[in-house]
Design a protein around this ligand. Sequence first.
Ligand code: NAG
Ligand code: NAG
Length: 355
Amino acid sequence: MRSIFVALAGLILVVADVFGVEVNNLQQLADAKKGGEKLITIKNLEVPAGVTLDLDNLQAGTTVEFAGKVTFGYTQWLGPLIKITGKNIKIEGKPGHVIDGDGARWWDGKGGNGGRKKPRFIYFQASDSVITGLRIKNSPVHCFAVNGCNNVHLTDISMDNRDGRVKGHNTDAFDVANSDGVFIKNCDVYNQDDCLAINSGRNIVFENNTCTGGHGISIGSVGNGAQVEKVLVKGCKVSQSTLGIRIKTKKDESCLLKDITFDDIVLKNIKKRGINIQGNYKNSGPTGPPSPNCPIQNLVINNVRGNVDSKGTNIAVWVANASNWFWNSRVTGGKRELPCKGVPAGMDINCGKAA
Ligand SMILES: *[C@@H]1O[C@H](CO)[C@@H](O)[C@H](O)[C@H]1NC(C)=O
Ligand SMILES: *[C@@H]1O[C@H](CO)[C@@H](O)[C@H](O)[C@H]1NC(C)=O
């Protein structure tokens, strides 16, 4: 009898392992993590105010699914609303789910620069891991911090912050730092700041993503000794954004940018600058001549095309230590009032002159 019971209990454990466990509150989630569940489905969960949805230290081999609606209580704090760390983990959105930050409760037009204290949405630090299929709405401020990652794939993610058109600010979609091997593909972003911002790291691919309403695709601002190497931005579309693509390094700080490629990028109705590369960035705005301590080596701008609104500027480049660039862009519209300064000798970039 006892052996039958043990066998049954074992079978139930096996069955539980195969089908996973559904959690609807944070206690159940904590229990599932502690119990070493390998498949956890978070469904219709309300995260209380000021508490992080804790997917920290997930065991290797764990899959966490999001289903139904996940919401967060309101308080002024820095978050993150969700923290995901581990090795060999998978985070997956099920059809019909939404992770709703309801950012309107925090939005005051000031973003991370003041006003209400706003929580970062998702902190992600992982190796050999995947985040796929998430539907994210209305981030209070910055959405993903991809930090200290190694070989991670973020695919088929939508970040829909269009409700923040008036008061949402600094709602970056993907901020990447200190990482080696980050692959962001097939994502759809509507926000009010950078679609991608790389501050440091190497082997970063940003491919087949659409970016609407924000500040475009950005490397930087880079400074403080940071290096950004081997970046490929390919097959992306940037629409109704202040900038198309840009690189910005901080004035009077040192850094290195090397092997950076933007290929097959479509710009549509860019408001300020189609392509912007500047070595004189300060948070308060560009100031005077760039400094040479941030060389930009082996930059490829290939088949970057599309249009800038008539009030904007077509292309602007002002750097102080550039070498080995390749440039092939076809951006129409915008003014051509700024010359390109500091580009490697012999380059023909269509700046400061009629098309
Ligand atoms: C590009 O991304 C879209 C989703 O935004 C997807 O439908 C399409 O299949 C992707 N293309 C490739 C080649 O992966
Ligand atoms: C420009 O960058 C190179 C490295 O590529 C560096 O050795 C050199 O010192 C820099 N030039 C200046 C004037 O800082």
